[in-house]
Design a protein around this ligand. Structure first.
Ligand code: XMP
Length: 311
């Protein structure tokens, strides 16, 4: 790989310093590799002219806000958590179509950030969009939550001017940037997590109850599959139900899919060859801890024809 990480950081830092000038900026992080690297890079350049926020949208993994806050504190960054769960769930209510769900998420996401920008009298929103997000959105595969101007949506609609320091690089380079910025392996080696979070993993309507199921299952999947170091591993809740047995009685319950893939840039992916003993542990722990789940499936499809996420 012909990528000079030091030069990249220097060049992007210089551009950022020049562009922001004496103004203030906001950066939002979800705890994923891209947005965390972006927040740390921007903080190094802008110091107290930058506000780092975490939008608690109700779609994050277990205790994500707390753990990102603790991690950034070690880097001298005070993470501000904006609790907006209610707004997100009410705008997603009744939506089933994947693109409609993504668009509703994007709309509320940028409205929240637009308000934060106004309140803090900031001029710029800095975000960790990477090259793959733009490529896939432009190909119309799916509307990534953080892509606006590239699909002709004017960020000014939300009162935003956007800067994207990572938009020319892919995941492997982003990991190098995160490492060079002094982030711990727990971040730079972390599995990617999509901006719209568990929304991408709940097929059908996104309700707090349904998200809770997928969040609990995700925690179990991550715990058991982390040692295999997959590119991404998570749980998905399907919209259909299936018949099972609970306490000797018929239960028309939930279906969880385990998704684990190997990939480099997320443009293509192969399913992880998970040993049967681990799959078996997963099914036992998920059905034991989440009694509404009566079926567990393992997804064998590569990308293409599948995508990594489910919506
Ligand atoms: P797909 O499902 O398209 O995902 O194969 C490719 C990679 O992108 C992540 N992903 C997203 N990341 N905003 C993001 O920040 C999004 O809207 C989004 N959708 C998918 C996904 O987790 C995978 O790594």
């Amino acid at each position: 790989m012909n990528f000079d990480v030091k030069k990249f950081i220097e060049r992007e830092s210089g551009k950022l310093r020049k562009k922001v000038g004496g103004e203030r900026a906001i950066v939002a992080t979800s705890g994923g590799v891209d947005s965390t690297a972006c927040a740390v890079l921007a903080h190094r350049v802008l110091g107290n002219k930058l506000k780092v926020v975490f939008i608690e949208d109700g779609l994050m993994r277990q205790d994500e806000g707390k753990s990102v806050k603790a991690l950034l504190k070690k880097k001298g960054i005070n993470l501000i958590i904006l609790n907006k769960q209610r707004e997100f769930f009410s705008s997603l209510k009744g939506l089933i179509d994947p693109e409609e769900k993504r668009k509703a998420f994007r709309d509320i996401f940028y409205k929240v950030l637009g308000r934060a920008i106004k309140e803090w009298k900031a001029k710029f929103l800095i975000q960790g969009t990477i090259a793959a997000d733009i490529v896939e959105t432009k190909k119309k595969i799916k509307t990534q939550h953080n892509v606006l101007s590239q699909i002709k949506i004017d960020p000014a609609k939300y009162g935003l001017e956007i800067i994207e320091p990572l938009k020319t690089i892919y995941k492997p380079e982003v990991r190098l940037v995160a490492k060079a910025l002094g982030l711990p392996a727990q971040i730079y080696k972390r599995m990617p997590f999509p901006g719209p979070g568990l929304l991408c993993r709940v097929v059908g309507e996104v309700t707090p109850q349904r998200v809770k199921i997928v969040r609990e299952a995700t925690q179990i999947v991550e715990k058991h599959l982390k040692p295999l170091r997959p590119f991404q591993a998570f749980a998905v809740l399907l919209s259909d139900k299936a018949t099972g047995i609970s306490k000797g009685k018929r239960l028309f319950g939930n279906i969880i899919v385990i998704r684990s893939v190997e990939s480099e840039k997320a443009l293509k992916a192969k399913p992880t060859q998970i040993p049967y003993s681990i799959l078996n542990k997963l099914q036992k722990e998920i059905t034991k801890n989440i009694p509404s789940v009566v079926k567990i499936l393992y997804d064998l499809t590569p990308k293409p024809p599948s995508t990594i996420e489910y919506i």
